[in-house]
Structure formats: structure tokens, C-alpha cells
Design a protein. Structure first.
Length: 119
């Protein structure tokens, strides 16, 4: 008995698409690097800051729009480590100081941890 496997051919990206994906990856890496620099402290070195960010990027969060106050609250769930929470709060303070609006809206982005959330 002969068994043949028909695997789908690997589709190579067109040069323009690959360049676009490489550019997006480079921008994301640079943004992550800049944010990691904001997290470094005497207790958090650069590799640990980068790891903390990568964890933060996959952490559950609540997105709470408030049309009256013109705010979009991003309420991130706390970590189990107080030192990490302190570093994330520091990052959020700096992000909140930029007073950025969510693209395409007049809602100001407000980042906070659940432990420091004010209702």
C-alpha cells in the first residue's frame, strides 16, 4: 500500500509584502525597546523589563469607553508580583501624561491597573 501526503506548497511572500511585514516588525521592536527603557530601574534590568512588557501585552484588560468624560480606560489586570505592578504603574503614568486620543475618536486613552482603578 502506498500512502502519499499532499502538503500545501509553501507560499513565498511577494517582495513588497515581505518588506511591509519586516517594517512593521521593526517598528514594533523599536516601540517595545523604548517602553522597556522606561521600565528599567535598580530592581528591573533591561531584559527583565522586556519580559515584563511581553507579559503585559498578553494580559487581560477591560476596555471602558466613557463618552461623557471623553475617555477610553484600559484597565489592565494586576500581576502577582508587587514589583512588576509598581513598574507597570510607572509606565502607565508616563503613557497617560502623553494625553493621546484613540485613533479616529476624541477619547483620551487612560491606562490603569485594576488595583489602582478608581470607579
Amino acid at each position: 500500500m502506498i500512502i502519499s501526503f499532499h502538503l500545501p506548497k509553501f507560499e513565498q511572500l511577494l517582495p513588497g509584502k515581505k518588506r511591509l511585514i519586516d517594517t512593521v516588525n521593526m517598528i514594533a521592536y523599536r516601540a517595545e525597546t523604548a517602553m522597556a527603557a522606561l521600565l528599567t530601574s535598580p530592581t528591573i534590568d533591561f531584559p527583565m523589563a522586556r519580559q515584563l512588557l511581553q507579559t503585559l501585552f498578553v494580559t487581560e484588560a477591560d476596555i471602558l469607553p466613557d463618552e461623557v468624560k471623553k475617555q477610553l480606560r484600559i484597565r489592565v489586570h494586576s500581576t502577582s508580583r508587587p514589583a512588576s505592578n509598581k513598574a507597570i504603574e510607572k509606565l502607565f503614568e508616563q503613557l497617560n501624561q502623553t494625553e493621546l486620543n484613540y485613533p479616529g475618536t476624541d477619547l483620551r486613552l487612560i491606562y490603569e491597573l485594576t488595583s489602582s482603578a478608581k470607579n
